[in-house]
Design a protein around this ligand. Sequence first.
Ligand code: ATP
Ligand code: MG
Length: 395
Amino acid sequence: MDLPAPVLQAVRMLNDSGFEAYVIGGAVRNRILNNPVHDYDLTTSALPGQVKQVFSRYRTIDTGIRHGTVTVIISRMHLEITTYRTETSYRDHRHPDAVAFTSLLRDDCARRDFTINAMAYHPDEGLIDYFGGYDDIRSRIIRTVNDPRQRFEEDALRILRAVRFASELGFDIEKQTAQALLEQCGDLQYVSKERIIQELGRILTGACAPDALKDFRCVFAVFIGGLTDEEQWQHLLRQYSRCSRNLNVRLALLLNSQKENAERILHDLKYPNEITDAVCNILALSGMPLSSRTDIRKLLSRLKVPFETYLSYRSAADPDISTAEALSLYRRIEEDRDCVSIRGLAVDGNDLREAGLQGKQIGSALQTCLNAVMEDRAENTKDALLKLLKDQNMI
Ligand code: ATP
Ligand code: MG
């Protein structure tokens, strides 16, 4: 495994100062899988103060100094270097009450969540794999390090992480791990909303979500009430296999059967307004016809997400829809720059004010014009639109 130069350099510098240092966790897993590595984490026997001393000529950031993590920047690469540690008693099912540094790599590996995440790598020593992570990668299995009940009990976030790795990597969750996970998913109430939606996003959009999520409906039922029906869940996953891996699309499908609660559910989960608005917009327009150019124009006039996103949702929710036809109508609308918004009209508020309208009358006259243009009842020219309003006795 060839490591990037800054990573090698950091390992060497720690070793030269008499400390152990290894690449650990996700980077080792992803390298074995030949997946891209976004960040390299190092684990070391050096205490945080010693790490800072070793890298005194480099910029360091006290990322989580209390937990033993120092970020070192070498050739613009950010490396998180964490002291070997163990964790003890987790009173709130989420955060360890105490963090203790240790001098043994094995202890540090043992605190990690899954075997596939508990491997260390050293450029000279090669792979250090105390818990069978390599075999589990080969067999495509997610298994907790040590007793799954205890590990999920300690930190309920691991429940979501297990499902997330299954969804992203397409691995199976080992039987006892899966059983413990299902038994303990009520503990997800202890996980912060921020972490839930972070994991949920990756779970729902994972490359293998449709297969990986089959047995885990009750994990989702904890924070999305109303997911009580197993048949509905399998139906949802079939829809997932037909749509893009777009978060808004997948959330809209997830909440399709309880549209009236969607906004509250997303709000309770503390999703950013941008996502809540997009998902609610897709759901609000879920019944719009898509058969004619006028249909699509009217949809576009109210749509707040890209048309392709909406169409991906519709074609998954309703397989009878002719996606190709809708897409070709949309392309023609785009090419011809058809007017689909009040801003695109050949008249504006000032024109209507000059014609004698005021206040709310202006808004409704503009809407009348837009509808007429989208329905091909009037050309989008100033003369034609003013004539239309005259004919309708609006001016
Ligand atoms: P990715 O970066 O793709 O999310 P990762 O495995 O690097 O995957 P991180 O959240 O970056 O995940 O965590 C780095 C490592 O820290 C993990 O590989 C794992 O060894 C350990 N780890 C992270 N979260 C937990 C947890 N909740 N319990 C135990 N170990 C954890
Ligand atoms: Mg990582």
